[in-house]
Design a protein around this ligand. Structure first.
Ligand code: ATP
Length: 342
């Protein structure tokens, strides 16, 4: 379990003070993949760097299992850090070393015997799928391959925690997905707790079980990913969710469609089982109305389906009310996004 209790971080210079984190309370279960999402400057990097004490809290406590990290003596901290791997947006590889030598580096520092290092490096290179590139230099690798080296290096000392600081932000969408799948596999196979920070909701949606939204140095929303996706509370969370659930252009077009009188556009949101049931056809049959489906999409979040449909209906206000009641009774959430009353 990783625990941050009333953590505050202030950066002080001669001329000014920057409050990077106000009062962070966070509990992360062992073995989880936990996401922290926020815009630039929100405090994400500071927060993740507090976990391995690359930054020290101004106030508060940082715990990993039974160990209070912010009170360790330098020698104890060096040892504790071997249990925490970290990967970075720009990979931070040593350019004069080959793939194998980069991965060997933390093992050399830890004083592991040469023979053991060679064995471990081979295992790690196979694990991240770079068997053919062991003797290549970073400049000869693609971005995705460089991050695979970063991951192998971070795992060298068998850590129990892996911190990911925007590790996919410099990669294209396809490579991002392959790196996220690798992280998921590592989490499953080795039971390592992964904490990742990102500004992309896609990353959270794809592999995280829980998410915290950080804004202005504070955690403004926290919960299981499916819950946050389907019922975001804060405006900022809604913006992040829209990154993956809505095509902004489609939404704008729909909201500005010219409508006849007595016309309404409804946004219906389906979660879990409701996404695979014939609710719309039941609605049409039961209330005898005609509908025009404008746009729809379905997403998979943590093994559950989550979809939305934009539907145009031309009907009376009374029938609209009845329709909303019917849909809500089927556990569909309904929002009237545009209406032209007669
Ligand atoms: N070493 C430092 N000295 C002074 N201020 C800092 C330092 N590090 C971060 N800050 C400030 O703390 C705040 C949070 O920064 P942080 O880098 O944690 O945000 P972030 O969410 O990771 O943003 P980004 O994604 O742009 O890196 C910002 O206002 C930043 O300017």
């Amino acid at each position: 379990m990783i625990k941050l209790h009333k953590v505050k971080k202030i950066f002080k210079s001669k001329t000014q003070e920057v409050v990077a984190l106000k009062e962070i309370n966070l509990d992360i279960q062992s073995g989880a993949i936990y996401g922290i999402i926020g815009y630039s400057g929100a405090g994400k990097s500071t927060l993740i760097r507090l976990i391995n004490m690359l930054e020290r809290p101004t106030e508060g406590e940082v715990w990993i299992d039974e160990q209070r990290m912010d009170q360790l003596r330098p020698e104890e901290l060096r040892k504790a850090r071997q249990g925490i791997g970290m990967i970075f947006q720009h990979f931070n590889l040593l350019w004069s070393r080959t793939v194998a030598e980069n991965i060997a580096f933390p093992l050399e520092i830890a004083g592991v015997p040469k023979k053991e290092i060679d064995q471990r490096v081979k295992e790690l290179i196979d694990l991240v799928g770079l068997t053919e590139r062991a003797n290549a230099y970073p400049s000869e690798l693609s971005g995705g391959q460089k991050q695979r080296v970063g991951i192998a290096r971070a795992l060298a000392n068998n850590p129990k925690v892996l911190l990911s600081d925007e590790a996919t932000s410099a990669l294209d969408p396809k490579t991002t997905d392959s790196i996220l799948e690798l992280l998921q596999e590592i989490n499953k196979r080795m039971g390592i707790t992964i904490i990742l920070i990102t500004h992309e909701m896609h990353v959270i949606q794809k592999i995280c079980q829980r998410v915290a939204v950080i804004d202005g140095g504070e955690i403004v929303e926290e919960g299981p990913v499916l819950e946050v996706f389907t019922h975001p509370k804060q405006e900022i969370t809604k913006e992040f969710v829209k990154q993956v659930t809505e095509h902004q252009r489609t939404k704008e077009t729909i909201e500005h469609l010219p409508l006849d009188k007595d016309s309404f556009i409804l946004k219906c949101t389906f979660v879990g089982e409701t996404a695979s049931q014939p609710i719309i056809s039941k609605w049409v049959q039961t209330l005898g109305i005609e509908v025009n489906i404008l746009e729809g999409n379905i997403q998979y979040v943590q093994g559950a389906s989550y979809g939305s449909l934009y539907i145009q209906v031309q009907t009376s206000e009374a029938k609209l009310k009845e329709s909303i009641k019917f849909l809500e009774s089927c556990q569909v959430e309904v929002e009237v996004v545009q209406s032209v009353n007669g």
